[in-house]
Design a binder for this molecule. Structure first.
Ligand SMILES: [Zn+2]
Length: 120
């Protein structure tokens, strides 16, 4: 099984305050994230290896947007979302429904987890 079989995948937008490095103004930007929520169960066809990997899997968000366009009409320059992490792990007790203002718990990415998070 692929890692993507462990998750229900959905794209979400999270309002985020970002400051443009060119004009210094801060606006709310709807930053796109890919949300991968861990499934409750694996299909019966899963192997013991799949189950072992699944038990370690964790719901997370991966940021899709790297750049935003400044909302200041006199600036409009594109800048990189540099100060914001690209992967956010979600604790199981705290799924993030759309429109929920609560921040997800922020567990720092550890070890080589990023290796599995490349875009396909
Ligand atoms: Zn600007």
């Amino acid at each position: 099984m692929r890692e993507s079989d462990f998750f229900d995948e959905k794209d979400v937008r999270k309002p985020t305050s970002l400051t443009c490095p060119f004009c210094g103004l801060t606006f709310q930007y709807a930053v796109r994230w890919r949300q991968r929520l861990k499934k409750r169960y694996l299909p019966g066809s899963a192997s013991s290896e799949d189950r072992r990997r699944f038990s370690k899997a964790q719901s997370y968000l991966v940021r899709i947007d790297d750049m935003v366009g400044c909302q200041n009409g006199r600036c409009r320059r594109r800048f990189e979302i540099a100060s914001f992490q690209t992967v956010v792990f979600l604790s199981e007790s705290e799924p993030v429904p759309d429109g929920n203002r609560k921040q997800p718990s922020r567990t720092p990415a550890r070890r080589n987890r990023n290796r599995n998070h490349r875009r396909r």
